[in-house]
Design a protein around this ligand. Structure first.
Ligand code: ASP
Length: 340
């Protein structure tokens, strides 16, 4: 509960507070112009549009943000055209599709799976880890065993387009993450269907009760080493939610996000008073500062939503798109900044 004495004490110490309960009443969201705290869902990349629509079906009926993000990311997880999320994703270099996912709710509960094979909705297995076990993370064989015990179906298939891309890749087997089509000079030339060699869905939602949740799911880097785990299933790296402050999620080369505990950093910066966009920018700049070559060679993008429902994003390379959906609008925004 809001405590005025505590607010005054923290203010006197010079710790900026995002808002007080009083200032929320009647205040407007700087991004949307809606009442502060109105439900909203945001997610990474173009496929976020359809995913947000599914999440919005939950939010608009007064549903919980946790259900919204789970149902939202099911959309790209089951899209046969999507080769960077779910079982239709590109395989690792051994031809196995291994999935990473995590989920976090308004109470700080979280669940995660990494290197999970044969399961169509890794996000739902992550939720079961959160709700049905005393643990946060299950990996590989153990995650699969748990999923099967929980009644998830085992699906053993390789999407034909993904198989074709993998076979093409095997001809050179060049092991280097490449920046996606958002930067055309680095676009992978031979992936069928103009598909991406990586791209995760990270989704953040605020519900009508003012609670935040997030989900993040991916098949990871195409043609990665078997057993490689990226940032996406790692709480604090690929996703972080603090219901007092906001949430953040990431996409791009996961190793750099893990090294900087990126999503946690973005949320902590928002706690210090940064806007969502400025927090994402600072997290990107830390990566570039530590490793200047990243500015030329890789993509990392962050997306953030604060408790008021204000959002922002920032990426190393230009062209990072993200989708926003609330009662008034459904849109796709693209960050035009480039450090290259
Ligand atoms: N972050 C993901 C990973 O490193 C990939 C991506 O979002 O592009 O596995």
């Amino acid at each position: 509960m809001y405590n005025r004495r505590k607010f005054i004490r923290l203010s006197a110490l010079g710790i900026p507070l995002l808002y007080s309960t009083k200032s929320i009443a009647g205040a407007l969201n700087a991004n949307t112009g809606n009442q502060v705290g109105s439900p909203i869902v945001i997610s990474t990349w173009n496929f976020g549009i359809e995913a947000n629509a599914a999440a919005w079906n939950v939010l608009k009926n007064g549903g919980r943000a946790l259900d919204a993000v789970e149902q939202g990311v099911w959309v790209p997880e089951s899209d046969p055209q999507n080769h960077s999320i779910g079982l239709n994703g590109y395989p690792d270099r051994d031809g196995k599709v291994t999935l990473d996912a995590c989920i976090m709710d308004e109470q700080g509960n979280c669940g995660s799976v990494a290197a999970l094979e044969f399961i169509a909705h890794p996000i739902s297995v992550a939720r079961r880890v959160m709700e049905k076990t005393p643990h946060v993370m299950l990996v590989g064989e153990g995650a699969l065993q748990f999923a099967l015990e929980q009644g998830f179906e085992k699906v053993n298939k390789l999407n034909p387009e993904s198989e074709k891309a993998w076979k093409e890749w095997l001809k050179t087997a060049k092991y280097k993450p490449v920046i996606n089509i958002e930067n055309k000079s680095f676009a992978p030339k031979k992936l069928p269907g103009n598909q991406y060699n990586h791209d995760t869905i990270g989704m953040l939602a605020l519900d009508s009760k003012g609670n935040l949740s997030g989900a993040c799911t991916t098949s990871g880097m195409a043609f990665k080493m078997h057993g490689r785990v990226g940032d996406s299933p790692i709480i604090g790296a690929g996703l972080y939610i603090d219901n007092e402050v906001g949430g953040a999620t990431s996409t791009g080369v996961g190793e750099e996000v893990i090294r900087n505990v990126g999503s946690f950093l973005v949320v902590e910066l928002m706690r210090q008073g940064y806007s969502p966009e400025d927090a994402c920018k600072e997290a990107v700049m830390r990566i570039i500062k530590r490793k200047p070559e990243t500015a030329k060679e890789i993509q990392v993008g962050f997306l953030a939503l604060n408790k008021k429902g204000e959002y922002g994003a920032y990426a190393i390379q230009k062209g990072f798109s993200y989708a926003v959906c609330d009662a008034a609008d459904q849109k796709l925004l693209i960050k035009g900044k480039s450090f290259y």
